[in-house]
Design a protein around this ligand. Structure first.
Ligand code: LAN
Length: 786
């Protein structure tokens, strides 16, 4: 059986005093037994280094119009001038000092208590923030890029990155996986071991010895996936011969070809872009051969002696732990032709140059359109490196990239990690606003300042201009959209746009809130949403689908499935459906005068209706025979079921009149645990079958299930219904798990992407219970739930 690590529970912080100025001391979390163990091993001639631990009272999170960075203050004066906020302390896992609240009785009392706590975590521009960790392959790209570009790494960052990696090392086998709960793999172990060494960890530290042993047991880094081979070639630990082709020439293909990169899913093409550029140049860290750490890594990362390795013979080696999506015979055949025939004999220098020139131009466009923030922390360090290689160490592009990388980094009780994006600003803020409005609490005076700030944030972060040379760099329309994080990042996401639009419309429809986003800007958002639909009726994430699913034959990543093109998602589709339905309701009849016909009606009503029709057909078709929907962005059936049922409810399809909704309810009720809650493991996402959470009930799954049942119009009090009272028991569980200060504690990981990689959404444990409790009170009255 494979042991997994659970996401760390909130605050197991120690009060052990830590030296000021970031100077070294024993790890604050070391228990006496751990220390004893360490001493024993030292006498056994294996070392355990003394970990450097920074002083957590010196960290501050700055949020500058959504641009979030962590700062370590060196002097006491600075600390005095910039005191630590409650939000800082909470994120760092320090005591918040927030008081015990009056004992709640009704569901709304519970929701109010939760808000009393959660309001303290709102940041000055009006958004919420949190750790957004999970993937274990993001820090390596950043640290390797810092290293080869000779970027000074702040000592506090270096210490806390090491601490995080050690904290996340598998307690038994000593390795790391693709994500924090995943099984140990070569990708996770090879890359994280490497960066620990670059950051100064000692090769003879007992934890490194253990990790190395595990890596060797899995065959060493020769068995890693494509991305790790690429990074190790950049670092000069492997030779470029081991890296399967990433041909920059593909970018020269005419747009009509079915495999042109502009058709790929945005994340894959934006990673492939710098990857192909740097691979074409076969650039390697120039000091690799004289750098003692690299020399040493050449001995540590392989099972065989470095000098005996024929790297090109290991292009296709991959360990079974990493081979989630094996390469197809088509891809293998293409790779063979590229390596054996195209590269050595046919590739003209002029074509190589042309491909490099064009990819470089596209890299510059990505940087320009995001002010060097870039799409995500995978392409950002790669673009940074491309700029360094092309423009030299002192170029503006390099300095700007250097400045922006810290926006991906996050400090928590375990150390410093890399978030999956530059934050969750817009996304979490949308959902919190909606939860409060749905709970009917938005009119309470106490929450008005908080909600007004949130509205100001959403107003500030709607994207107002199209990309420069949008069509040339294949970008989707974005004027009127919202991104997942910030306006600067600037990537349209279908559901982020829709959820933000809903949050804005909900607040602006209430008395006492300013009308910050005018009708024209809401119409821009509608225009964007209407571009997102696929021919199936469903909606994808960043763009409508541009290429065939057959492109999966060319999926070279090995560690992820279904990444080559956009797919339909019930979650994204529902967000669009509910936003458009709300728009029609609030801005419908007589709200807009058509320019041509001068008819007063709803803006683009026909287009909206057509969209809704197709979208609902898709939602119905996506339901599985057992009544469930598969979720791609949250875990898993509880998440998608909640959205799908919301879509159906929106057009009046509910338990009373729909067999499919009854089937969905039965699915939920059958999965309920005896304690009244629901708990779903991330394995549901990997296997596409319901897998119960090994730790049982989870607050977030329970909230999703309760919301789903309420959207469905589940007759909870009907004696005739099997499963009577399921909803009430779920709501009770949410109330029981709430702490005296209003918070809920962190449980298992909540989110997912690419089927196999998990990602944390820690704010969900506040947002969705608030919503569920509020909805319950609205439907059943705000009385004690007995
Ligand atoms: C995200 C995070 C948010 C997520 C939702 C809005 C929840 C979803 O409904 C639509 C897709 C989206 C925007 C999404 C897409 C993929 C992301 C950006 C991530 C899961 C966060 C990290 C991930 C990104 C791909 C990580 C980098 C990895 C690569 C394979 C390039």
């Amino acid at each position: 059986m494979v042991t997994t690590r659970s996401q760390s529970a909130t605050p197991s912080r120690s009060s052990t005093p830590i030296n000021a100025n970031g100077s070294t001391s024993v790890h604050a979390n070391s228990s006496p037994t751990k220390k004893r163990k360490a001493q024993d091993t030292v006498t056994n001639s294996v070392k355990r280094a003394r970990d450097e631990k920074t002083d957590y009272s010196r960290w501050r999170l700055r949020d500058d119009r959504g641009r979030q960075t962590w700062h370590y203050l060196d002097s006491d004066e600075e600390c005095k001038e910039w005191p630590q906020s409650i939000a800082d302390r909470y994120m760092l896992g320090l005591e918040t000092g927030l008081p015990t609240l009056p004992s709640p009785e009704t569901p709304l009392d519970h929701a109010r208590n939760a808000l009393s706590f959660f309001q303290h975590l709102q940041l000055p521009p009006g958004n919420w923030a949190c750790e957004y960790g999970g993937p274990m392959f993001l820090l390596p790209g950043i640290v390797i890029t810092w290293y080869v570009t000779q970027t000074p790494i702040p000592p506090a960052y270096a210490s806390e990155i090491k601490n995080y990696l050690f904290a996340r090392q598998h307690p038994e086998d000593g390795g790391w996986g693709l994500h924090i709960e995943g099984v140990t793999s070569v990708f996770g172990t090879g890359m994280n071991y490497t960066i620990l060494r670059l950051l100064g960890a000692d090769a003879e530290d007992e934890r490194m010895v253990k990790a190395r042993a595990k890596l060797h047991e899995m065959g060493g880094v020769l068995n890693g996936p494509h991305w790790s081979k690429w990074w190790l070639a950049v670092l000069g630990v492997c030779e470029w011969g081991i890296v399967n082709p990433a041909p920059a020439e593909l970018w020269l293909l005419p747009d009509w070809t079915p495999i042109s990169p502009w058709r790929w899913w945005i994340h894959i093409r934006q990673v492939f872009l710098p990857m192909s550029y740097i691979a074409s140049k076969k650039w390697t860290y120039p000091s690799a051969s004289s750098d003692p750490v690299i020399q040493s890594l050449r001995n540590e990362l392989f099972v065989q002696p470095y000098s005996s390795i024929d790297f090109s013979a290991h292009r296709n080696d991959i360990s079974p732990y990493d081979n989630y999506h094996p390469k197809t015979w088509v891809l293998n055949a293409i790779n063979w032709l590229l390596v054996k025939v195209w590269d050595p004999y046919l590739r003209p220098d002029s074509l190589k140059q042309k491909a490099e020139d064009w990819t470089w131009k596209l890299i510059q466009m990505e940087d320009a359109n995001t002010d060097y923030a870039d799409l995500a922390p995978v392409n950002a360090p790669m673009n940074f490196l491309a700029c360094y290689i092309t423009e030299g160490p002192d170029a503006y592009s390099v300095r700007r990239h250097r400045e922006r990388i810290p926006e991906f980094l996050w400090v928590k009780d375990e150390g410093m990690l890399c978030n999956g994006t530059n934050g969750v600003q817009t996304w979490d803020t949308n959902f919190l606003v909606q939860a409060v409005v749905e709970a009917g609490l938005a009119q309470e005076k106490k929450w008005k300042p908080m909600l007004t700030k949130a509205l100001e944030f959403l107003d500030d972060h709607q994207i107002r201009e199209e990309c420069v040379e949008k069509d040339l760099c294949y970008r989707h329309t974005r004027k009127g959209a919202w991104a997942f994080s910030t306006r600067e990042q600037g990537y349209t996401v279908s559901d982020c746009t829709s959820e933000a639009m809903k949050a804005v419309m909900m607040l602006q429809a209430l008395d006492g809130f300013p009308k910050l986003v005018d009708d024209e800007r809401l119409r821009d958002a509608v225009d964007v949403i209407l571009t997102m639909q696929n021919s199936t009726g469903g909606v994808a994430s960043y763009e409508h689908r541009r290429g065939s699913e057959l492109l999966e034959y060319l999926n070279a990543a090995e560690v992820f499935g279904r990444i080559m093109v956009e797919y339909d998602y019930p979650e994204c589709t529902t967000a669009c459906v509910t936003a458009l339905v709300m728009f029609k309701k609030l801005y419908g009849k007589g709200h807009h005068t058509d320019e041509k016909s001068q008819v007063k009606g709803c803006y683009r009503e026909e287009d909206i209706d057509k969209f809704l029709d197709g979208a609902l057909k898709y939602i119905r078709a996506a339901q599985r025979p057992d009544g469930s929907w598969y979720g791609s962005w949250g875990i898993c059936f509880t998440y998608a079921g909640m959205f799908a049922l919301e879509s159906l409810a929106c057009v009046g399809e509910r338990y009373a009149n729909s067999e499919r909704v009854r089937r969905a309810c039965r699915f939920f009720v059958e999965k309920q645990n005896p304690d009244g809650g629901w708990g779903e493991s991330y394995k549901s996402c990997e296997t596409a079958k319901w897998v119960p959470h090994p730790q049982g009930t989870q607050v977030v799954n329970t909230a999703w299930a309760c919301i789903a049942l309420m959207e469905a119009g589940w007759p909870d009090e009907d004696d005739e219904v099997q499963g009577k009272g399921a909803l009430k028991r779920g709501i009770k569980l949410l109330m029981e798990r709430q702490q005296a200060n209003g918070e809920w504690l962190q449980e298992g990981i909540e989110g997912v992407f690419n089927k196999s990689c998990m990602i944390s959404y820690p704010n969900y444990k506040f947002i969705f219970p608030i919503r569920a409790l509020g909805m319950y009170a609205k439907r059943y009255g705000d009385v004690e739930v007995l």
